[in-house]
Design a protein around this ligand. Sequence first.
Ligand SMILES: Nc1ncnc2c1ncn2[C@@H]1O[C@H](COP(=O)(O)OP(=O)(O)O)[C@@H](O)[C@H]1O
Ligand SMILES: [Mg+2]
Length: 363
Amino acid sequence: MASVTITNVWKYYGKTVAVKDLNIHCEDGEFVSVLGPSGCGKSSTLRMLAGLEHISAGDIHFGDMRVNELEPKDRDIAMVFENYALYPHKTVYENMANPLRLRGSSEDLIEKRIAFAAEMLEIEHLLQRKPMELSGGQKQRTAIGRAIVREPKLFLFDEPIAHLDAKLRARMRGELKLMQRRLGTTMIYVTHDQLEAMSMADRIAVMHNGVLQQLGTPQEIYNHPVNEWVAGFVGEPPMNFFDCELVEEGGRFVLVHPAFRQMVSEAQSALLRGALRGTSVRMGIRPDQISIGGKSTVESVAGTIKVTEPLGGDTLVNVDLKNAQLLVKTHPDFSGAMGETCHLTFDTGRWHFFASDNGIAYF
Ligand SMILES: Nc1ncnc2c1ncn2[C@@H]1O[C@H](COP(=O)(O)OP(=O)(O)O)[C@@H](O)[C@H]1O
Ligand SMILES: [Mg+2]
């Protein structure tokens, strides 16, 4: 087992900068997910950890050992990719045995390790099959089994379940998390799917354009995004954003938008007072932090229901405001009809303000 420390790491491909000055420390036994959209530098980061890609600048340590120049085979890691790369002519058993055979392990040990991994992954009954006789999920389990039998000090997973169907993906999320917790092996898990990162990881490293945006627990990332980009990327359905002006009235701030005026609390006003640059801010509020009803109140904002989407467990309501639109997530019995006037109440304790120019969060 090992901790992983990425220090000021850069990756260039010719003139393309794929990873910019990356710093991540992952504790021994920790599950860290690297999350971001396609092309943000996730795989480049993982491949540098694996030794499959040269590090343009910076250092990578496993524990106290600097591994920059270490061959992949000497790093004691196991990787699982989206395409599982099984040997088509070998059985599941032989596919899993392969890394141990290359290492010269005894048949006894190979059998023991495969039995252990196969039981954990529930593929004992498939051991004599060949890959073409397996479903996508079973192939993926075999690839994961092949990683487990090595008992590496580090797992590197790159979108391992991205192509599985939605139901299987949901099940694999739980299983992979359980597997990692049971084995206690340090895991760096790359995904573009925020739900995977949120549900499995101890901490999430959110990347965008090769730059680490935020490193924190799922709760920190969700409740305290450091900037507008993270706030918009994490959370489904996504956060609503509004371009607003702040005016001071009687020692407190009022948030002004063409469609609404909302009081800013004393505590939030205090946070703004020291930090505010200019008077424009972007306000962000999640769809489940807005309540919707038929009655107007002092604080409520009037809108028009554009369309409702019943999802079974809850209902999404698209609302038209003056100069803006927003999405509300409400209860399944919501009965508002298209074109009806509705009244929205913002949970102003949980909204977020971002600087208009650079998107950095005030709170
Ligand atoms: N072998 C390569 N040669 C040139 N450019 C590459 C290579 N691999 C990745 N890139 C570029 O580096 C950036 C990051 O890619 P990658 O790390 O694969 O992102 P992700 O895994 O987040 O989708 C992208 O702009 C991609 O086009
Ligand atoms: Mg990738």
